[in-house]
Write a protein that binds this ligand. Structure first.
Ligand code: NAI
Ligand code: MG
Length: 349
């Protein structure tokens, strides 16, 4: 029997509730499919920062590295710790340190969920570059606070990183519909995005079975709203993928449904799975956070670990629960709680 070791970082606010809840269907699906999951919880959070001055210990990455995967709730408590501190002290070091260069977010309507669009059929997978590009962090500010102030933010696109994320997109497209949308803005950004297009063309020659369509970011943003059913796998740079996956979250019913995987495809380090939403201080401690995004992220984790049947089964169980929205949490108009929703998913298994 396979046993997986899982590092849990519940984090702050509702992160704590949704991670605890997601373990219930995880155990049920593991029992049913004949594997087990051993988990270790780490209290890395803003609360820890306030106590010790650090979001995680110096050897945090080392402590995580022996696990098969990381499940993270949400990090941030802006009333007491600036977001730049919490993000740069925990989430970003893990994504970068473990070279989780793929950020993968599925956007589709689960049964029973209508979303804000009239179109009800779409199944989009956004593949976002997760290590460089517009979020490289390169740049600076000089003459701060004066009339001569200058701020520079440099987007960095390396051949190695562009090629590996595009290749991941081609592979995903090959395993799904054979259609890939490559997101660009090469009409305006004549260096980085023309380079992105060139590498897309080079790889297209290696994947004759994949049909590539190039979309400018503004046009595809509109297309997410007007014709989402025409899209399948969408590969994008860090900034463009960030924006598109928030539109994806909106059309699939909101943050309570948006799951994400930070993947190290080479397997040299653990990958990390997390809901897209944050710590939601406005509803923290009330037991009403929607756990679906986190449970869906657990399904992505099982897929990554090679438990395909269990991953599909968990998603199917989620769908049987969402089919009756009255049983869901208040953000979906239901009267359920975080724990009752998780328990129903476990029961549906
Ligand atoms: P948020 O996602 O925490 O909340 C935005 C709104 O959506 C709130 O009204 C909240 O109640 C609602 N919401 C979010 N998740 C929900 C769920 N599962 N069920 C029901 N309602 C839900 O974003 P916000 O308020 O901008 O950020 C709060 C904190 O979270 C900040 O410190 C921010 O930096 C952090 N954050 C952390 C992320 C992470 O750990 N990956 C991602 C986004 C924000
Ligand atoms: Mg975002």
């Amino acid at each position: 029997m396979s046993e997986y070791s899982l590092a849990l970082i519940p984090g702050d606010g509702i992160g704590v509730d949704v991670v605890a809840a997601a373990l219930v269907p995880l155990e049920a699906v593991a029992d049913k499919h004949g594997f087990s999951v051993r988990h270790t919880s780490f209290d890395w959070s803003c609360a820890r920062y306030l106590e010790t001055g650090a979001m995680m210990p110096d050897d945090g990455l080392e402590q995580l590295s022996s696990h098969d995967a990381v499940l993270l709730g949400a990090v941030g408590w802006p009333a007491q710790v600036p977001d730049s501190v919490s993000l740069h002290g925990l989430l970003l070091p893990i994504r970068k340190g473990f070279d989780q260069y793929v950020n993968m977010r599925p956007h589709l309507l689960l049964p029973g969920i209508t979303g804000p669009l009239r179109k009800s059929e779409f199944d989009i997978l956004v593949i976002r570059e997760n290590t460089e590009g517009e979020y490289s962090g390169a740049g600076g500010r000089v003459h701060q606070g004066t009339q001569n102030e200058v701020a520079v933010e440099t987007a960095i696109f390396t051949r190695a990183a562009v090629e590996r994320i595009l290749r991941y997109g081609f592979e995903q497209a090959r395993s799904r519909s054979g259609r890939l949308a490559s997101v660009t803005k090469s009409n305006a950004q004549k260096h980085t995005m023309v380079f992105w297009d060139d590498v897309t063309d080079e790889l297209a020659a290696e994947y004759p079975d994949v049909t590539v369509t190039r979309y400018h970011i503004d046009a595809i943003a509109a297309r997410f709203v007007t014709h989402p059913e025409t899209l399948d796998v969408v590969v994008a740079s860090n900034l463009f993928g960030d924006i598109l996956s928030d539109i994806g979250a909106a059309i699939q019913g909101g943050l309570g449904f948006a799951a994400s995987a930070n993947i190290n495809p080479d397997g040299g380090f653990p990958s990390m799975f997390e809901p897209v939403h944050g710590s939601a201080p406005d509803i923290a401690g009330q037991g009403i956070a929607n756990p679906i995004a986190t449970i869906w992220s657990v399904s992505q984790m099982l897929q990554h670990l090679g438990e395909q049947a269990a991953a599909a089964d968990l998603l199917r169980a989620l769908g049987t629960v969402t089919a009756t929205p009255a049983r869901l949490t208040p953000d979906c108009g239901g009267t359920g709680t975080t724990d009752t929703v998780a328990a129903q998913v476990a029961a549906a298994l």
